[in-house]
Design a binder for this molecule. Structure first.
Ligand code: COA
Length: 193
């Protein structure tokens, strides 16, 4: 199903309110391509929760019990800024859907992803991170599949994210396309005023 121009324009409303830190280009999730991927509403994922559990990984989709110091440590590991805890908590409270992976042996948070939005039409995915020691094991994909499935289950049809050039190839097989219908992301920047 193609989205109307009004649907795409809705994508840009939150951009005026937030200055992305590192994200130069917009990618948007296309429902058309979903059937070709493991992301489905029926919950068929590339790795099941049981498989992940047997490898020592627990998936959590609630902000309850998340340790903000450990989350900040994960951000710092991948070069994201450490965030002031009160602000980070507030950001999580205003997050529509989130997911984190707990590594049982170490007790660390080794993966995180979240989406903000209006809970009905639009969502933007942020902060997709996997601890470098655990990258390449399919965990980024595991998180994205579940995050997208949760958003789709909530009826949210516009799902977008900002991808750095070196991760565009990670998002594309998950159903994201760059510059949908030629529409470009624009980020408000105080520095250039
Ligand atoms: C991007 C990131 C989340 C990927 O997580 P990951 O757990 O290493 O990725 P996965 O192992 O789940 O990879 C899934 C697939 O994507 C591919 N892939 C992973 N990273 C990729 C990249 N940067 N470019 C292209 N393809 C990539 C994998 O080869 C794999 O392909 P396959 O399914 O054909 O085997 C992780 O590298 C990361 O945290 N990077 C630092 C933070 C960051 O840049 N986040 C994105 C902000 S926009």
């Amino acid at each position: 199903m193609m989205l109307s121009i009004n649907g795409w324009l809705n994508l840009f409303q939150p951009i005026q309110l937030q200055l992305p830190l590192l994200y130069p280009s917009l990618a948007s999730y296309h429902h058309e391509s979903r059937q070709n991927h493991s992301v489905t509403e029926s919950g068929m994922f590339s790795q099941s929760d049981d498989d992940l559990n047997s490898r020592g990984f627990e998936i959590h989709m609630s902000r309850d019990d998340i340790n903000l110091d450990k989350l900040n440590s994960l951000f710092v590991m991948v070069g994201f800024p450490r965030r002031e805890k009160g602000k980070l908590l507030r950001a999580l409270e205003h997050t529509v859907s989130l997911l984190w992976i707990h590594e049982k042996k170490s007790g660390s948070i080794i993966g995180f992803a979240r989406a903000t939005g209006d809970s009905i039409f639009n969502a933007i995915i942020w902060d997709v991170v996997v601890d470098p020691s655990y990258q390449g094991l399919g965990l980024g994909k595991v998180m994205m599949e579940r995050l997208i499935a949760d958003l789709v289950k909530r009826g949210i049809s516009n799902i977008a994210l900002y991808a750095e050039p070196n991760v565009v190839g990670f998002y594309q097989p998950l159903g994201f396309i760059s510059d949908p219908d030629g529409i470009r992301a624009m980020a408000y920047s105080r520095r250039r005023r």
